[in-house]
Ligand binder design. Sequence first.
Ligand SMILES: *[C@@H]1O[C@H](CO)[C@@H](O)[C@H](O)[C@H]1NC(C)=O
Length: 416
Amino acid sequence: MLMKQLILLLSLVTSAIAAFPYDEFNVFDYGATGFGEIDDSQAFLSAWRDACSTITQSARMIIPKGSFLLNPLLFSGPCEPQNIHFMVLGTIIAPDSPKSWKGRDSSQWIAFKDVIGLHVYGSGLIDGQGMHWWDQSCRYHPKQSKVFITHMTKCSSCFQEGCTKLAPTIFKFISCKESTLSNIYLVNSPQTHVLILNSKGFNVDNVMIQAPENSPNTDGIHIHSSHFVKITNSIIGTGDDCISVGDYTSDIEIANIECGPGHGISIGSLGKNKEVVVVENIHIHDSKLKGTTNGARIKTWQGGKGNIRHVTFENLVFDTVDNPIIIDQNYCDVRGTCKEEKNGVKISDVVYKNLQGTSSSKIAIDLNCSKAVPCTGITMENINLVGLQQGRPVTASCTNAQGREIGVNPGSCFNK
Ligand SMILES: *[C@@H]1O[C@H](CO)[C@@H](O)[C@H](O)[C@H]1NC(C)=O
């Protein structure tokens, strides 16, 4: 009798193990080819479905060495495991033509949505193959005729007059919590490389992001509507901002970044179309910017509302940067076409501390705040900015900005 019960118990245990043998889900076991020319999307979706629904504490989806061509994909949660790992050892490549986005959301390529405890990492490479998108972008080809229109599902010929404003992001993280992106290499996104959206508790560490200096709107990492985001120990060189902080963001830390080429590390642009801005507790420190158009930048449109406050730029080194320290509260995409407005986004309590290096333009410190809503509570401490060549002095310019300064070279900005 006892023996029988034991056997029953054993068979129950083994069947339980058989039902959930591993917490690992290798895309090769789901039919991925790894050839790089055959679409492996279905295998990835099936592996994700199983990883996401397994009843173990943690699950790992494995993308081994090989080349995996993926069409636009959404990996969505919520998932059963407390932690779900997405380990990329091989190369994931995007379709090289915008045509693959026919009838699909052209803002994304690989998206993760509603996942808690997501960890994307690996020694692999993610290649966005953005060249054809760049060729039809409005930024550099505004008068382009005939481009492929992705949002139309039914059309005999999806080509239309115009240019493309919205191109895919390599990795979009939507509503992810307590998640990470680390130890990974991203190149040539059609547009922004990484977008962190509606997320809370998201760490990016040790990533490398590269796209050509002249590629349009290829921001490295953009954060929007997210809180408690940390970006550390990363190397980013693209055609737009290395990192940009968008609206509805708070408690953001950016540290140990090597940025360049690109447009620098930016807060904004914010307040377009009279939007209400809520951006606070942003700490950017211990980073190096080389050959970028901007260094520490805040930019807002006139007419916006709300606040950008409690921002610290600390321990930054600039090497050949056009505008090392800049606030542009009169931002306008086409110079001279935006009229003066009564409203503006309030910028207050901004600290610039221990910043040094070379400016390639004459105005090394340029705080251009609005007449309607001046910048207040600005602190500049221990700043040393010099021109590229010796004997070419740089200057500081502060308009409608109030604050205090200690040890600022190129000289006083507020008390003129
Ligand atoms: C501030 O920005 C506006 C709009 O771009 C520009 O017209 C103005 O000359 C700038 N002011 C200074 C002092 O740079």
